[in-house]
Design a protein around this ligand. Structure first.
Ligand SMILES: C[S@@+](CC[C@H](N)C(=O)[O-])C[C@H]1O[C@@H](n2cnc3c(N)ncnc32)[C@H](O)[C@@H]1O
Length: 251
């Protein structure tokens, strides 16, 4: 089969300007209400063991998790993102590896591997997403967990014949998901970041994926389902949930 049109463009975070602007662009996700509950859950799963973050970025969760005393190893594809992380206080507590979460392995005895903020969808083919699950499994000690936080595709919100769903309309940011390729499950998130009279735009492509497909990927990787919540407060996941936190366990 021919490679889908949107599958191979470089990840936007490889651009040093995007990396430098990352923390401000997603400032809401750095808020204590957001970071606190996720770090609680991940610290609980890590216990005295090692936590590995796939796509660690600028350390939004890795830094507070390390501050809690958890040994954290972060992997990321983008040197500019890692370089932003290294500038921050406490960065020396985290082991960092420049690499690809579909293939780079840094240990085989982790208590928890986690991949948050919808980043499984940065892998824009099913084969890459499956490789990511297999790589997560290869990192885990028996009983270890793989945790994913991901949004549920919003296709059901589309009026008949439409392809675009707004996901954020606020004074500083407008965001619209455009479902451009329903065969290969590709959407484009159009962002308009507004700062006074200046607007910065970005339109990265993603491979959206339903929770049920992730369960099959976990099964292929030898992992067993343990939990699915609507959020990091362990709220029950329902048909109306817009995102999920899913946990699979290495037997
Ligand atoms: C939305 S950011 C998330 C960063 C961080 N986990 C957070 O929650 O703030 C996505 C990150 O995924 C990284 N990334 C994308 N594809 C990757 C891959 N194949 N392997 C490792 N990192 C990848 C990008 O460089 C970027 O740092």
């Amino acid at each position: 089969m021919a490679e889908p049109k949107y599958s191979s463009s470089p990840d936007a975070h490889l651009d040093p300007l995007v990396a430098a602007a990352y923390d401000e662009a997603v400032a809401g996700r750095f808020a204590t209400e957001d970071v606190g509950p996720s770090v609680e859950v991940l610290a609980d799963f890590a216990g005295d063991g090692l936590a590995v973050e796939f796509a660690v970025g600028t350390g939004r969760l890795a830094l507070p998790l390390a501050e809690k005393g958890v040994a954290v190893h972060g992997i990321d594809l983008s040197e500019p993102m890692l370089s932003e992380l290294r500038k921050k206080a406490g960065a020396d507590r985290i082991a960092l590896t420049l690499g690809d979460m579909t293939s780079t392995q840094v240990c085989a005895d982790a208590a928890v591997v986690y991949l948050v903020f919808n980043t499984i969808t940065n892998l824009r083919t099913q084969a890459l997403q499956v490789a990511c699950f297999r790589n997560a499994a290869a990192h885990l000690a028996p009983g270890g967990r793989f945790v994913i936080e991901n949004q549920v595709p919003l296709l059901h919100r589309l009026p008949q014949g439409e392809t675009i769903v707004p996901f954020d309309v606020s004074p500083q940011h407008l965001g619209f998901d455009e479902y451009v390729d329903r065969v290969n499950q590709i959407s484009i998130s159009h962002h308009y970041f507004i700062n006074g009279d200046r607007v910065r735009t970005s339109s990265p492509a993603f491979r959206y994926v339903w929770p049920s497909e992730l369960d099959l990927m976990a099964q292929l990787a030898g992992l067993e389902p343990e939990a699915r919540w609507a959020d990091w407060h362990r709220t029950s996941f329902t048909g109306d949930s817009a995102s999920h936190v899913s946990v699979w366990r290495m037997p």
